[in-house]
Structures are given as C-alpha cells and as structure tokens.
Design a binder for this molecule. Structure first.
Ligand SMILES: *[C@@H]1O[C@H](CO)[C@@H](O)[C@H](O)[C@H]1NC(C)=O
Ligand SMILES: *[C@@H]1O[C@H](CO)[C@@H](O)[C@H](O)[C@H]1NC(C)=O
Ligand SMILES: *[C@@H]1O[C@H](CO)[C@@H](O)[C@H](O)[C@H]1NC(C)=O
Ligand SMILES: *[C@@H]1O[C@H](CO)[C@@H](O)[C@H](O)[C@H]1NC(C)=O
Ligand SMILES: *[C@@H]1O[C@H](CO)[C@@H](O)[C@H](O)[C@H]1NC(C)=O
Ligand SMILES: *[C@@H]1O[C@H](CO)[C@@H](O)[C@H](O)[C@H]1NC(C)=O
Length: 676
C-alpha cells in the first residue's frame, strides 16, 4: 500500500488564479489514491480540456511510468467509465457533462494489480489547453528578440518565455510573461527586450488562453528549446578576383566566416548577380541554392554586373555585400555593323542595350532581350529601343553553361543630325593670315548619331568674293588653326557636327585678320634700325680684332730720361726681361773716344749737380760686381774708373729694350746730351 502524490505546480497556479477571481473552488483533490499490488505505480491525475475554445472534442491525458507493456486504464467521469489502452483519450462533447463540475480519475491495471490516480474536479467547458508552440522562428530587432509561432487561436494569449545564454547550462532560466500579438496570417509574436544580439541564446515558450477566452486556462506544454544564434550585423567581407576566360570572365569571391555566436545553428550564403536577375541567366535562377562554403566561383559576361552575397542564419540575414564588377573596358568601341535586334534569337543568346548618358553607359537603363523571354516580351523590348539614342550593345551567348560576350559595339537604332551646335565656339590670336578656333564637343545626348567629322566653313564679310571655303575636321578635335586668310578681312566662320544623317546645327563666330601694311612698315623700320646698330658694332669689333692680330709696328720714341732714378732702374732690371742687349764694340782708337766721353761725363757731372752722390756710389758698386768685362788687374781706382766709364758709356748710348716685341724702353742720360 502506498500513496502517490502528483500535484503539478502549474495546475496549482491556474487553480489559484481561477479560484481567487471567481471565489469558489472548482477542484477537489482526493488524497486517497489506492494501489493494489506491488508492480503498479499510480498514474498522474488526468487533465481534460479542449485545444481551443471553439473545439467540440475534449482531450484527456495523464502520465504513468510503465514498466509493463500490457497496461490498461479506466477513465472515470464521475461514475461514467471509459476503457483505454493509451495515456490519452479524445471524447466528443456529447458524451460528457460540460457545464457542471465533474470528478475525473484514472485507474491503471497492470497484470492482477491496479492503482488509481488523484481525482480532479473540473468544469470542462472552461478548460482550454493549447498545443505547445512549434516551429518557432526567431529574429533580432536590435537588442530585442522576436519570437513567432503559429497561434492556437486568433486571439491574443499569454505566453511565458524562459531564456538563458547558449552553452551556459548552469545559468538559471530567466523568465518573462507577456501577451502575444496576433498577425494577419494567424501567427503570434512576442518580443523579449534587452538581450545581447551578438550572443546566442536558448529559449523555450509555453502559452495559454487569456481569461477572456477560457475561465480555466491550462498552460500548454513547453516548446522544444530553441537555439537563437547571434545577429548577423555586418555584411560579409568579400574579396574578388577576376580573370578573363574565352570572352567571358571568371569571378571568384571569398569571404570570412561569420563570428561564432552567429553560426551556432549554421550559416548559409546566398549569392545573386544582376546579370541573371536582369534576365540574362545561363542557368535558371532557381538553381542558385544557398551555399555553406566561404568561397564561390561564377562566370559572368563582359557587361557590368553586381554580385551580392548575403549570409543567413536562423535569426535572420546579414546586409548584402555587393561586389561591383564593371563592364570590360570599352576603350576602342566600334560602330555596330549588324545586330540581332530584328532576328529570331535562341535560348542561349542574350542581347543587352546600355543607354549612354554623359558619355558613360548607365546600368540603370538597360534593355535585355533574352532568348528565354516570351515572344510578347521580346516585342515590347524591341519597341523600347529609342531612336537617336546611343547604346552600348552586347551580344552574349551561353556556351557550356558559361556566358560569353561575342559582340560589343556602339549602337543607334536610327541616327539623326546633331540637335545642338558645338559648344563655346570662339576665335583667338588672329594674325594677318590665320586664326585659332576653339570649341567644346557636342554632348552625347545631342549628337543623335555618330559624329563622322566637323564641317568648318568660312566666308568673307562685305566682299564681292562670296566664296565659301569649307574643311572637314576630325570629330575628335576641339581646336583648329584656320590658315591662308586675307589680311585685314572679316570672316564669318561656322562649325557644325556631321553624322551619317547629315549636318547639325551650326556654331558661329566672326573673326577679323590683322591688316598687313602698318605692321610691315614698322617691321622694316625696326629691322633697319637693328641693322644699323649691328653694323656699328661689327666695325668696332673688327677694329679690335685687327689691333689684336696685327699690332702696329713700334716706332722708336726717345723719351726724357733726366729724372730717371737708379732705384727705379734697379727694380726695372729685376722685373723686366732684357730680350736683346746691343753693345757696340769700340774700335781700336776707342781711347780717344773714351777720353772724349770722359770729358763729356765730367762736363755732365758738373751740369748735373742735383744728382745724389750716394746713389751714384751704390750704383757703381753694383756695376763693379756685375760687369766682368771691366775687371782688369789694375788698382781699384782703375776698376772704379772702368766701371764708371762703362756705365757712363751705357748711359750715353741709347738702349732699346724690347719687351715682348711691343713695348720698348729707352734709356738716355738726357735729351740734350744724347746722341742727337
Ligand atoms: C516516473 O518516474 C520518475 C523517476 O523515475 C519520477 O520522477 C516521476 O514522477 C514518475 N512519474 C509518475 C507519473 O509517477
Ligand atoms: C493473477 O490471477 C490469476 C488468477 O486469477 C492467477 O492465476 C495469477 O497467478 C495471478 N498473477 C499474479 C502475478 O499474481
Ligand atoms: C513546422 O514547419 C515545417 C516545415 O517548415 C512543417 O512541415 C511542420 O508541419 C511545421 N510544424 C508545425 C507544428 O507548424
Ligand atoms: C525593444 O524593446 C523595448 C522595450 O519593449 C522598446 O522600448 C524598444 O523600442 C524596442 N526596440 C526595438 C528596436 O524594437
Ligand atoms: C550595381 O550597384 C550600384 C550601387 O548600388 C548601382 O549604382 C549600379 O547600377 C549597379 N550595377 C548593376 C549592373 O546593376
Ligand atoms: C567632307 O565630307 C563629306 C562627306 O560628309 C564629303 O562629301 C566631302 O567631299 C568632304 N569634303 C572635303 C573637303 O574633304
């Protein structure tokens, strides 16, 4: 004999609320569970309820630890008995007393023994128990966590949410109770505020109807524990490598794995490219399954493409990383000779027209004609191609599942003449026979066709000669020098862009060449003056050169030597080179001459009283040492005399000392006593 007590907490809670509000006790508990036999363990007291307030079928359920396989149960509503083999039973409302209290119990039979549960008393019509929330979807709203599941009824309900950090099993559950909101699609939602969105959580929920729906609501069973991954806040960090392969491009994208908390339930990456979404897919778009690797290789054509990478986990998706792959360089594009515009195209062909704006093809205005499209769509696209508008035309083919660009050229459906003139047409630095012209190109939108060249025409103003002269100028030029003009004439100059359709609007400018004459007079006057100056300079220079090369032959000049000072002479002898010294050999009867000379010297000495005797002595002393010729084995007096005689002789002779053949010095005693 044993007592089996099973008094669930949740039942107690709902009872309390119920009884406190309505003031009567609806349930009687009998603590007299009886067990007959040792092998039987008493089942829990049964719960009987409807799944929602509109349900007509009631459900009763209980639990029991069954060690035996053939256990049978007797379920009693007051004295009405149902024999059951499971731990639950569905009973249509017709067989039950709904609006009064009924006592419910269950009796289990195992072999020869049986045991009874506790008795519950309940008013069946008021008792509602929802199914446990299933398929809960989670998503982050900043730091709030949104939980959504299918609503049991189209009415707000009470929900209890338990949560704790993932991988922290010792942490206790945090509990929040709140009212759900019901969406149009019968989904109910609760928001758990102020969590950490970069962390992973474990969440479980149960719910029950509000008292407005059922007077005796029962909590549903707990949902399964849901793991909420952290939010994917950042777009994937993608790096791209691109290589050209057979008129197509191979693009390889690699990216960093997301942070751990966001990846707890796995992450997938979705890729999309604008070439496919714009209707040029080589493979059907639906084949693009999300991938779980962190790199991806795809093939794209030459036209511009954006590839987006989005990471997804159970709690949402990251912002997209958009990799822009520009169109392959369109440097030397040619005019399209022929296109497939009006030709039937097959499924592997795709045509694209990029509308030009301000000289650039704009991906915003793309017309795509894919062989996959329906006939009607194709017609519509063909209609949308505008006349006079420049397009960049692409012809792509799918070859073995990879797009290849087989043609790329500039396209006009129909060309017109330029609807604007060349801009800012001006003339500058006119001379008497030429003028420079400058302009800006016609904007692309106004060209309305391919500019083949400019037509530049000039016509004289006010002259009898009304002949128009025209030149074809390259379409790439923006300046030109107009030559062979008549001096002093006004010209009307026009410039127009020319397409295959003809000549467009003209820009005008009037130029005036400079008059020729006044310029020539001034020029010749100036030249004359310059010539004059130059001839003067030339003669001057010539003279100087002549003087240098042919020095004038020196003519001996006899200079006054009276105030010649011996000291000066000494320095002169030291400084100057004596190139030639002429000494005259005396004839045999020189004695008489010497005597004559001596006499004259004496005379001279008498005359030149102002001469310094000391100086003379020094002079003679020096002469003594230098003139070997005068040395003779006589007395000093004789020597002195000799030397003096020698010097005196030299003094009296006019000596010509040439210096560098140009300058000469003349020594003489005095002009009066000289040889003249
Ligand atoms: C079943 O057995 C477990 C322990 O083995 C016990 O905790 C539980 O309460 C039992 N259930 C019932 C209904 O007796
Ligand atoms: C159960 O009762 C039958 C006869 O009623 C008896 O034969 C059998 O031995 C009993 N079994 C046990 C386990 O007591
Ligand atoms: C949960 O979702 C799956 C598919 O997503 C579906 O098959 C299943 O029926 C859903 N369960 C519930 C209880 O809504
Ligand atoms: C998060 O919840 C709090 C409290 O309910 C609310 O004030 C806040 O606006 C919510 N934030 C977001 C982003 O929903
Ligand atoms: C790629 O994305 C940029 C920026 O969002 C956009 O301007 C451009 O038009 C896109 N290119 C294509 C080919 O869609
Ligand atoms: C200029 O080009 C036109 C064609 O547009 C041609 O007919 C004409 O002969 C050319 N004129 C000169 C001077 O080359």
């Amino acid at each position: 004999m044993m007592f089996c007590l099973d008094f669930p907490l949740y039942l107690m809670e709902s009872l309390k609320r119920w009884s406190s509000i309505y003031g009567y006790v609806a349930v009687f508990m009998f603590l007299t569970t009886v067990s007959k036999g040792s092998t039987c363990e008493a089942p829990s007291s049964p719960q009987c309820f409807r799944r929602n307030a509109d349900e007509s079928v009631y459900m009763c359920e209980w639990s029991m630890n069954m060690t035996e396989s053939d256990v049978t149960f007797d379920l009693y509503f007051n004295e009405t008995k149902f024999n059951i083999k499971k731990t639950w039973h569905e009973i249509p409302e017709e067989q039950l007393i709904k609006h009064r209290l009924v006592h419910i119990r269950v009796e289990a039979h195992v072999g020869n023994s049986s045991c009874r549960s506790l008795k519950t008393s309940v008013k069946l019509v008021d008792t509602v128990k929802y199914e446990a929330p299933g398929n809960i979807s989670v998503s982050w709203l900043k730091n709030n966590l949104s939980l959504v599941w299918r609503a049991a009824e189209k009415y707000p309900a009470l929900a209890e949410v338990w949560f704790r950090r993932d991988k922290h099993p010792i942490e206790s559950w945090e509990k929040r109770e709140m009212t759900t909101t019901i969406s149009q699609t019968s989904m109910c939602q609760v928001i758990v505020a102020n969590l950490l969105n970069h962390k992973a959580y474990q969440v479980q929920i149960r719910h029950q109807p509000t008292l407005a729906r059922a007077l005796n609501p029962l909590w549903s069973d707990w949902s399964q524990v849901v793991i909420v991954p952290g939010e994917l806040e950042h777009k994937p960090e993608v790096t791209m490598t691109k290589t050209l392969v057979n008129n197509g491009r191979r693009v390889t994208l690699t990216w960093k794995p997301v942070q751990h908390a966001a990846a707890v339930r796995g992450v997938t990456y979705s890729l999309n490219d604008t070439q496919s979404s714009h209707g040029c897919p080589c493979r059907p778009v639906k084949n693009r399954d999300p991938i779980s690797t962190t790199s991806y290789t795809t093939y794209v054509s030459y036209s511009a493409v954006n590839i987006s990478v989005i990471a997804r986990n159970a709690a949402g998706s990251s912002p997209p990383a958009i990799i822009q792959v520009p169109a392959e360089s369109a440097a030397d594009l040619k005019t399209c000779d022929e296109t497939l515009l009006n030709v039937k195209i097959n499924k592997t062909t795709c045509l694209e027209w990029y509308e030009f704006q301000d000289g650039d093809p704009r991906p915003e205005n793309i017309l795509t004609l894919s062989g996959r499209k329906k006939k009607k769509e194709k017609m519509q696209i063909r209609k949308n191609i505008k006349d006079y508008v420049r397009y960049l035309y692409f012809e792509h083919r799918c070859i073995r599942g990879k797009p290849r660009t087989v043609k790329m050229c500039l396209f006009y459906q129909k060309e017109g003449v330029p609807r604007r003139e060349p801009q800012d047409f001006t003339a500058f630095s006119e001379t008497h026979s030429s003028a420079n012209l400058l302009w800006k190109a016609i904007p692309f939108v106004d060209q309305q066709g391919f500019l083949t060249h400019y037509k530049l025409c000039s016509v004289k103003i006010g002259s009898q000669d009304k002949q128009k002269e025209c030149h074809n100028i390259s379409a790439s030029l923006t300046k030109y020098c107009l030559e062979n003009l008549t001096p002093g004439t006004r010209y009307d100059v026009t410039l127009a862009g020319v397409t295959r359709a003809g000549e467009g609007l003209q820009a005008n400018v009037t130029i005036k060449t400079l008059p020729e004459k006044p310029l020539n007079v001034w020029l010749s006057l100036g030249l004359l003056f310059v010539f004059f100056l130059m001839s003067i300079m030339f003669t001057f220079i010539l003279k100087r050169i002549k003087n240098l090369m042919f020095p004038p032959v020196p003519t001996p000049v006899i200079l006054d030597f009276t105030n010649h000072q011996p000291q000066n002479q000494e320095t002169m002898e030291k400084e100057e080179k004596v190139h030639e010294l002429t000494l005259h050999q005396l004839p045999p009867e020189h004695k008489t001459l010497l005597e004559d000379l001596e006499e004259s010297t004496v005379q001279e000495r008498d005359d030149s009283t102002d001469e310094d005797p000391e100086n003379e002595r020094g002079d003679s002393q020096m002469s003594e040492g230098t003139s070997d010729e005068c040395l003779s084995p006589g007395s000093t007096e004789q020597v002195l005399r000799c030397s003096r005689e020698d010097i005196e002789q030299m003094d009296e002779l006019t000596m010509l000392i040439y210096r560098k053949g140009l300058v000469f010095d003349v020594k003489t005693d005095s002009p009066e006593n000289g040889l003249n």
